[in-house]
Design a binder for this molecule. Sequence first.
Ligand SMILES: C[S@@+](CC[C@H](N)C(=O)[O-])C[C@H]1O[C@@H](n2cnc3c(N)ncnc32)[C@H](O)[C@@H]1O
Length: 436
Amino acid sequence: MGAYYTPEEITGFMARQTIHPYLLDQLNKAEGTSYESIDDVFSLSEPNAGERVEQQALADGGVLAHKVNAGAIEQTHVETLYFDVLKDVRVLDPAVGSGAFLLAAQEVLLDVYLQCIEYFVEKEETEPWELTSRIKDEIDTIRDANGTVTLYAKREVILNNLYGVDIDEGAVEICKLRLWLSMVADIEDEPSEVEPLPNIDFNIRQGNSLIGQVDAVIESNDDGDSELDAWERKARFEDVKEAIQNHKSAESSAEARKWRKEAEARIDEHREKFDDILRGEFQDAGFDNITVDELRDWSPFHWPLEFAGVFEEGGFDVFIGNPPWDMLYANRDDFFIRYDEKFRIYPSEEKDDVMDELLSDPDIAGEWEAYQDSMDTRADFFTKGDTYRLQSPVVGGRTMPTKNELSALFLERVFRLSRDGREGESAPPRNDIREG
Ligand SMILES: C[S@@+](CC[C@H](N)C(=O)[O-])C[C@H]1O[C@@H](n2cnc3c(N)ncnc32)[C@H](O)[C@@H]1O
């Protein structure tokens, strides 16, 4: 199982630089304010008289080290930040791997959650009459949850804010485990006295982020009827959302298992329709004979179905991650390593010999041909079809197809998944994209 780890300095920096500006934009838009940092919202930028503040600002990765100065803070702004912005932000890593970026995003969001909660609690002590009903309800909910405030906030972040997809099933399992362990780390009481940890199987999913439906509106068929119009889509996915919700809030593992199975079955049922539409896209790109079974070998991921709750509200807000930087082409190292585990490290001439010998087996030769065809089909789909229009920019009147760099494909895809998004992905410098 080869999961990839991006160092924490990079993930933490990128998570802050991506998430804080989004939160501030939303808050400033909602309140007509012009905060430039999260610290400003909590009046943390100016040290109190006589107090030496050596801590780093939150925006630079610091954590709250002294009590909030509740008197100097605008309650409505913190309330909006917490209930309308923070709880609503949807962060996606479309190549989530072992979850390094989502864990960093969790830290960044957690700091802001905790800061808001600390302010609400302090306000309750000093000016309880000022609290609105939703703040009072939230304080009650946190107290009823029995665990630490940090555990409560982590659950909220993991369930409401974080989403990931990876084509590698092993990576998905590691990611889920890491997020889950991050909650376990905050259990201080007897585990039986804390509410059960939530189930996150439907936040972190296995699939091919680049192949599958992203659109909320499906085009009409030949009869002029919508294949799956907006109303029908919403009504039909209610069953998926219901099963996922029941799974997330299940109180026993038997109940969680039952609802997980049910949700997967309901997703599978709807998937057939989406796979047919995807086949139509491949046919439009010139692959007339492609079958749904062939498409399924590539693990298509239909976003509005798999993340029905998120897409009902328009999509994701913040994208973060480190996508694959390879090119999409038939790579003999990737293929022949299945038959000879040292293949990758042989010198070139030895590779030629080993390859010739392996290809003398007609089964392997057939597999190699199928592998090359499969790569060529996807490569052509990305450049010749209509799905990825930015991969064939027109420069000086000439179409310049790219070389199917996966990072560029991921970049284009996240634009389509965005509610009104902001993106924080590492990517190699690309002259053609900058110029094109
Ligand atoms: C460079 S790793 C980054 C992983 C993660 N962001 C991290 O830093 O820990 C790239 C990840 O992309 C995944 N991947 C490659 N192609 C993919 C695709 N088409 N759809 C979804 N995930 C893909 C790989 O399995 C791998 O986990």
